[in-house]
Design a protein around this ligand. Structure first.
Ligand code: ZN
Length: 107
């Protein structure tokens, strides 16, 4: 497994504890899973890896992006969820607040 995109970079230390969106890909760059962290991106990615053993086994690459707010993260997560329909995402991304609307399916 290759985590080179997920290693802390020096600049990342300024962003610890921030929300973000992450994406897990296989060796052939197929998107396996997309996720969001509302308050700590690195912690959430670590949790996902320890909870989802099969996903971890198949993951070769993890990309991530910080966002300014949980809502911005939700919108980005929804776009990617609908675009890639990842095998390991069993459900639609969850909302933190009911007033949020998915930009794709409008739910
Ligand atoms: Zn949707």
């Amino acid at each position: 497994m290759n985590y080179h995109r997920f290693k802390y970079q020096k600049a990342d230390l300024f962003y610890l504890g921030l929300p973000g969106v992450y994406i897990f890909k296989s060796q052939s760059k197929k998107v396996l899973y997309v996720g969001r962290a509302d308050n700590d991106l690195h912690k959430r990615v670590g949790q996902t890896l320890s909870e989802k053993k099969e996903l971890k086994k198949n993951t070769a690459w993890i990309g991530y992006r910080y966002v300014k707010s949980p809502k911005e993260g939700y919108l980005l997560e929804c776009e990617r969820y609908h675009k890639y329909k990842p095998h390991h995402n069993k459900r639609h991304p969850e909302k933190l607040f009911n007033r949020w609307k998915c930009p794709v399916c409008k739910n």
